[in-house]
Structure formats: structure tokens, C-alpha cells
Design a protein around this ligand. Sequence first.
Ligand SMILES: [Zn+2]
Length: 318
Amino acid sequence: MICDNCGSKETYVKEYHHKYNDIEFYSKRRFCSKCNNLVYDEELDNEASKKAIREKNKILGVDPDKIIALRKKYNLTQEQFSKIIGCAKKTLISYEQGTSVPNDIYIVTLKMLLENPNIIKPMIESNLSRYSQEEYQKITSKLSIIYDEEDNKKENQELSKYNGYTEYSLSKVKNLILYLSQNTILKTKLLKELFYCDFISYKNIGKSITGLEYKKYQFGPVPRNYEQILNKLIQSKSISLNLIIDSDYECNQISSIEKPNTKDFAKEELDIINRVIKYFKNYSSKKIVDYSHKEKAFTDTKENNLISYDYAFDIEDI
Ligand SMILES: [Zn+2]
């Protein structure tokens, strides 16, 4: 590399303090050894201008790393996220890579999204024409999973005797339901088996498996928001629900569609789950309901109230 100023070929690289208007940063630049003039170096100069754009974006409140983190949080593709913002996909890519400074209009949108990610849903709703029906469904189903997870985190943040002092895990709830319904199971029976898996786990290893809370309903202990949980799994096509009419009995049958991920469970948890399945293998819905009605967890809890995991110690080993 040659110095434009004096023609010398001797150059050196040093950390340079850049300061223009409101931005300030350090990056390596090349200088002439004779006259100390700045010497053009494609690689270093590109790096410096990238840094300049990054710094500028940070000051504007649209830090590329935060944009990527926000998009990933909602599990959105660049294509989907660019539609939400209203820009072209390649424009979003340049913001994420920090190779360009967003236009004023996109800055406003991006800042709003970064400051308050909850507006993502209303933003989609107010620009429905941007999405095909399929895209809309894909995006909103991704969002609903995140929103539900956040809701559950909020609700269940405090560890207590009602969740078995265990943090709620949506993925464990899902995998446990998938595991229990592998060979098709009646809904009522599934709800009871969830209860036994969690309570026996609490009794044996001091923690529930899923962190679910259980309520006393007239037909036994059931996960507090089981309708919501099952609906979500049906919507995401993880399980299917079939109404079967068995003699004069009306029953809901649940079958897993997705394969459970057993790696989600510790070995001792899986052992408990298998014991519960084996024990109730030949139980009808009615029989397991009657069985659960004898538990202190059921008899000593008021209807519609949460059941304390303390009662786990009164449950017979299975
Ligand atoms: Zn020079």
C-alpha cells in the first residue's frame, strides 16, 4: 500500500480514535511511516465504516444485535419480520448486519418494537394486507406460543407448594402429554395421569416434573388451565382429539401426532412416568377418577381450589 501524500510504501497499523459529531469509537487504520498520513486499506476502512454505522444505530436506538435478538425471540424469519416492519427483506438484512442506517420511518417502527415487543401483534393486525393467509397463520401461531410462555412465567414465577416448588416448563408439559398419549388415551385419564406423574415425582424426588398447578374439579384433580394447554397442542397439530361414543359413554380421546422428546426428562422422571403408565394401564376413565377421589389431595381440597403438593406424601407409591 502506498501513501497518497508522499508515495512511501512503508506503512503501519494502529488503533485509531474516531470521532464524528455524536459518534465515537476505536478501530484499526493504516498510516504512512514517513508522513503519518492516513493510508487507504480496503479491509480496515470497511471495518471502520461498519463500526461507524453500528455506533450510529446504537445511538438511534436500533442496535443491530437487538434487532436480531427481537426477531429470534419471536422465532420469525427475516422475510416475516421485514413484513412486520414494512421494509424489504434485503433492507432488514442490512440493518441486522449493521451495513446501513435505517430510514427515519423504519427507525420509528423498530424503536417502538424494541421498546415494547407486545405491539408486534397489533402491528400485524393493522397491516393484514401484507400477509397471505398462510403467512398470517404461521406468524400468529409463533407469537401465541411466546405470549403463552410469558403469561405462564408471570403467573408461575413464584415457586410454591402449588407448583411443587418447580418452575413451569411448557416444553415438559407438552412432552409429557405427547408421551402419555402415544397409544391414544382418554382425556379424563390423561389429566389424572399428569397429576400422578407430578405428585409422585414430588413425593419421590422433591420436585414436580412440569411445574403445573392442579385444581380440584368435580371429576378429580386436573391441571389448572388444561383446556388452554390441550387446545394449543391441538392447534399446533401436536395431538389430535377425537370424540368417541362408546356404548352410552361419551369420551374424548387424545392421540399424539408429534413424537415426544424424552430427552426433556431426567432419568428418574421418565422412570416415574413409566410406572404411572404401567400402573393405570388397564384402568378405565371411571376407575381412575374413582381412584383419585380417594386421595387426600382431593378430599381435603375445596372445589375449584388449587391442590397443595404437600398431599403428595399421602399418595400411595405406584
Ligand atoms: Zn506519507
